[in-house]
Ligand binder design. Sequence first.
Ligand code: ZN
Length: 342
Amino acid sequence: MDENTTVIDPDGEVTIILKNPNAPFAVWDEDPEVEPSTPKNGEEETNEEHEQSGDIEPNGATPGDNKKSDGEKVIRVQVSAKHLMLPSPGLRRLITGGKEGRSPKKIRPKEIVTDRWNTKAFLLLLNILHCRHSEVPRKLSLDILARLAEIVDHYDCTEALGCYPEMWMNLLEAVRPTEYSRDLILWIWVSWVFHLPRQLAEATLIAIWESNGPVADLGLPIPTELIDHINKQRQAAISGLVSSLNALRHGLLCDSKGCSFDCRFMAIGILTKSMHQNSLSVDARIVAGQWSFHDLKFMVSSFSRQLEEHSRCQCQYTSWIKEVIGSAENSVTKELPADLWG
Ligand SMILES: [Zn+2]
């Protein structure tokens, strides 16, 4: 056994060679410093995973962060076939080469190769699968948790993590993202992988309210139904707000709103002028490409202040605007799409 191998199980028959560790992950487009992320799993196979033939080559690099003789960075880990094969169909396939029915007891010493995973997250998963709970931290950053979720999803071993994901997510509640950001997408991703519906529903709503354009999946295999749901609900909320504003203007034109000619004349003028100034007099789809619902709501709320400033009557302009916003908010489905977890 290579002296630079990280030993999870000293009696383990399998050495995993992790090539190209810590590859770019879930790259946020607004960060030009980072390389683009790799395609999502299933679309184009990017993991180089196979059983490696031949003897192990000594390399003389430092433990856990080795370099092969050709300079390629690799991580080597000694593990037990049984501990990996039983809880993880994905790792079973990797170890057996897809040959069904092969017992862990019949696995001869071998090397298997994978790549791209984050080192810390990968070793954490291997420790959990080997029941080495003293090696499992009580707290994890959202970024590492998301990288762990990527590996767990790939190897289909969500249940093997038990209560850890919920515990880690509960400890992250204090810093839960409240704006549309990379962290919000990671929160959605982790919540989905680890079957946490409350956390997923809350983050989904934040994405609907806060995104100022179509939501990105960052190259993660987030279900298309969920991304489509967020984008459709976001579009529906913004379209609903613009439609409700136009309905209010129509009500003033048709005398179903307002108390007098002067009242309606003033209100129509302010609404029309304000909508035009803020480019809301165009197709709602164009509006949705420029605004988040949250920012649009803030801007429309300001209309009521202008109306109140010019008021010469008892009409409740602020209530009218609140009804417009409430109508749009209520048009959004708060429930998650059905069958997200198959
Ligand atoms: Zn009035």
